[in-house]
Design a protein around this ligand. Sequence first.
Ligand code: MRU
Length: 351
Amino acid sequence: MTTPAVLSQKTIETIEWTSEGVVMIDQTRLPREEVFVTCRNYVEVADAIRTMIIRGAPAIGVAAAMGVAIGALQSENLEADMPAICETLAKTRPTAVNLFWAIERMKQVYASIRTQSLSQVRERLVAEALDIRAEDIAINEAIGRNGVDLIPDGKTVLTHCNAGALATAGFGTALGVIRAAVQAGKQIDVFADETRPFLQGARLTAWELQRDGIKTTLITDNMAGHFLKSGRIGCVVVGADRIAANGDVANKVGTYGVAVLAKENNIPFYVAAPISTLVLTLSSGDQIPIEERAAKEVTHVGGVHVAPEGIEVANPAFDVTPNRYVSAIITERGVARSPYNESLRALAAKS
Ligand code: MRU
């Protein structure tokens, strides 16, 4: 197995603040086309989140913060407009808590400066959104450093969905750990689940890792069990959309099955996520809302209708992996292990 010690490509710019508006790489068109979309107002930012032009929990948090900032820039009466701006952005996707976390952070900044001049308020909200973006990259790098020792040298890492640079402001959470392990000289390669129905693994993870020169093999979701049993996989690393106080993890649908199969085969199952993904007020994953997406994502493959007309379809975008399947949760503040009620609370309290 040959793995380059130095990553060959610069990290992808997932989302940027420009004088024209909020610029995002269109993730619905990757890898066929590298097209950038400019959102010129907060409604366009909300649409981009809803339609998954931008997706991945930390990335949609950054997008929401920038949405609030662009809304502030275009409002002449922010006191009147702020609730509608925040509500429009909050209604886009229900599961990834980073969205609500970022909006709340922007609201709190606004509340602390609302009596200042409109131009001062606008400037401060733009600065806060840019801070959230910059912090996210630094957080992911710290997650990467904290996870390196968990990745076995000379083995394959299995991942599900895309928790990479595209799902964050840069570097990635699960893929950040993989990138950090490669940078540390570990000889690893990656198995990427295709991640039906939206194909984040086939389209995004495969594209990102190939660009980096990290050896990657694409498999369909139903092959994961076969390879987890084969002895080839050293560990599983995935991201998270919301983590409850007891360590239950909501992530892309299919994650739960991978976690169960990993435990069955004595393979460590790691979750990499920022502390902002943790919600200590939720005692278990049963309280996490699961997004239901359009039936068309299931009935159509590559724009072709593959199912009979009129068939009932279920399309939950996420599932919850119970904490007993989670070997460790890697955060920017350290690594939490069971019992999670204690270890996660300790990390959350750490500054
Ligand atoms: O529906 P998506 O593509 O937004 O779902 C993304 C995931 O489930 C990711 O694994 C998760 O958000 C973590 S991204 C660092």
